[in-house]
Design a binder for this molecule. Structure first.
Ligand code: BTN
Length: 315
């Protein structure tokens, strides 16, 4: 990554090839190769005879120093340009440094739920992981993903989007399209230390070209707001909201968040299908105190479904 080249192009206006080569300290041929590398990262670099190069849209890079300033005290914050997966990196990081947060501008192997790939084009979205070591196993650990969903909905509200909803257990949706997702991972045996890595991906300014291949309806925060969203403002809000929710969850479990989760529920009172080993059709009735989804089945039975190995679709 060439810092000076990217810092110059970040404004989204035309820069001559000659000027860019001087700034980057390389030849014109070298510049063409660097531009190809930027395109490989998913950046949309336009080139035009007589004008030079520009990014199709301005790039707001994450500012590590101001994110650290905005973070609650005791939370370490780092920003890397590129990594395979922020979740993987924090799973391998020393627990002694928890709580710690890691943002990346780009992920080469972003992980989604159920073994899926999370598309992570450079600078387009927010990719965040936060590692947290609980002093003791918290009550209702199964509902942690739902509590994190509430924290994200709060952060989105701080960023100006009040109508985001949660699709059980913790997908972030708006206007019936997916805006973001949460992947919580942990390592270690039962009875050992209780350490989790909470991974969050939220689409902010992803273009159609960058999203090529995503096989479900998606939306970016820019589109949802019909305005340019600030990645740094969203990132700071996520740090604050997540820290507050995890601190409270540690002692009180899901109870303080259950009513808010139910108010954000996308599928409440709607016909749904749960696909698992034995699919269930029914009407979704929100979640219980441990985060299981209550379904009134077509067969008249009421069931509580856990998020482990199933997926939920609006029927
Ligand atoms: C989902 O499938 O809905 C969950 C997506 C989670 C993606 C985030 S991006 C930051 C963190 N690092 C990863 O590799 N995945 C999570």
């Amino acid at each position: 990554m060439n810092e000076s080249l990217l810092a110059t192009l970040a404004d989204g206006v035309w820069h001559s090839g000659e000027a860019l080569a001087v700034i980057a300290g390389i030849t014109r041929a070298g510049l063409a190769k660097r531009v190809d590398k930027l395109r490989e990262l998913g950046l949309d670099v336009e080139a035009r005879q007589g004008l030079g190069y520009r990014l199709a849209q301005p790039l707001e890079r994450l500012d590590a120093a101001s994110l650290q300033d905005a973070a609650p005290s005791g939370l370490r914050v780092a920003v890397v340009d590129s990594t395979d997966s922020t979740n993987r990196q924090l799973l391998d990081a020393p627990a002694a440094e928890d709580p710690q947060a890691l943002f990346a501008e780009y992920q080469t192997a972003g992980r989604g739920r159920r073994g899926r790939v999370w598309r992570s084009p450079y600078g387009a979205n927010v990719y965040l992981s936060l590692a947290w070591s609980f002093a003791a196993w918290p009550p209702q650990l199964t509902a942690l993903p739902l509590s994190v969903g509430v924290a994200c909905a709060r952060a989105l509200r701080d960023a100006g989007l009040a109508r985001a909803q949660i699709k059980w257990p913790n997908d972030l949706w708006v206007d019936r399209r997916k805006l973001g997702g949460i992947l919580i991972e942990h390592r270690g045996e039962a009875g050992g230390a209780c350490r989790v890595v909470v991974g969050i991906g939220i689409n902010v300014a992803m273009s159609g070209a960058q999203a090529d291949g995503i096989d479900q309806a998606w939306i970016s925060l820019d589109e949802a707001l019909a305005a340019k969203a600030s990645r740094n403002a969203l990132a700071a809000a996520l740090l604050q909201r997540l820290h507050a929710v995890l601190s409270r969850f540690e002692h009180e479990g899901f109870a303080p968040f259950a009513a808010e989760w139910n108010a954000l529920d996308l599928t409440r009172d709607q016909p749904v299908r749960i696909s698992g080993t034995a699919p269930i059709d029914g009407i979704a009735r929100g979640v219980d105190e441990i985060g299981a989804l209550i379904i009134d089945g077509a067969d008249g039975e009421r069931r509580a479904v856990h998020s482990g190995d199933v997926s939920l679709r609006l029927a």
